[in-house]
Design a protein around this ligand. Sequence first.
Ligand code: PEP
Length: 253
Amino acid sequence: MRKRLIAGNWKMNMMMGEAGELARGVVDRAGGLAENIDIILAPPYTALGAVGDVLRETGIMLAAQNVFWEESGAFTGEISPGMLADAGCSWVIIGHSERRQILLETDEMVRMKIGASLGAGLKVIVCVGETLEERAEGRAIKTVDAQVVKALTGVDIDDPEDLVIAYEPIWAIGTGHHATPAEAEFVQSAIREIAGNILGDSAARIRIVYGGSVNEENIRDLLAEPDIDGALVGGASLRAESMASIIEAAGAK
Ligand code: PEP
């Protein structure tokens, strides 16, 4: 039985004070469920300290939204996996579509970031997903297949629970149009099969979460599908009440 996981991606939002307050709101409302499911908050870099202070001893885990693949050196503006661990992170989100599209992050960069992060003891949420155009042309599975294969091939994964794949169809991110549970399950079961071709039996233990306009109304139906092990939540994670409701729905089963 895979442990469910709910992660909040705050993106480029929240000053330090606001971030601490939001984290406190989530801890107060849903912190008790951290024993049952993995709960992760991913504030911007500047608020990692403030949020980490609030999360200490709560069981809710801290994530960064990005990382670089080298450990140190002349890489102006970048942050290494070791630095994230030093800042209190146990998780990192890698390959979010906003980074792939806006910052031109490639599959090869994603693969290097995953390898470096796992090597430094961080756990990874790697994002994959197709554009609206790819979907309309019937290429959703092909796109996701290529992303998963390029992300995972050659990467050492000691514990399958350290790697989470977030299926985030780009057309569903921040749009209010989430994939139906059946649509998400169709792709996520394919992702498990693709991961199985690379990782063998341990793919059965990898968690695959859905992301894209998840909210307190749609989370239950999404979680009813066998290959949806949780959610990566953007907009709805910026309000303590909605994030807590999503966590409660995931912790209830
Ligand atoms: C995300 O950015 O990872 C995301 C899923 O955003 P939203 O929930 O706002 O669609």
